[in-house]
Design a binder for this molecule. Structure first.
Ligand SMILES: [Zn+2]
Length: 81
């Protein structure tokens, strides 16, 4: 059972969205506007660089809640996004 959310690179960060988007492995369409878990409206970006952007900490935390994973213990990227 796949998780009901997808990572979306956009707005210079990697966000998580529950909107219907292509599954991982499928080329992600650019200029796709989705609502991220952090509440932002994110327009997806294309290219490998986009996937190297830092993780949105709000989306990361909410995604971890969805899957029941513990929150990050390292506070290093707490100030990003
Ligand atoms: Zn986000």
């Amino acid at each position: 059972m796949p998780h009901p959310f997808t990572w979306v690179p956009g707005d210079h960060a990697r966000h998580v969205s529950e909107d219907p988007v292509p599954p991982p492995g499928v080329e992600f369409p650019p200029d796709l506007t989705v609502t991220a878990l952090c509440g932002r409206e994110v327009t997806s970006a294309a290219g490998e660089i986009a996937w190297l952007w830092p993780t949105c900490p709000d989306c990361d935390g909410r995604a971890r809640e969805l899957v029941g994973a513990p929150p990050r213990t390292d506070s290093a990227d707490g100030e990003q996004c």
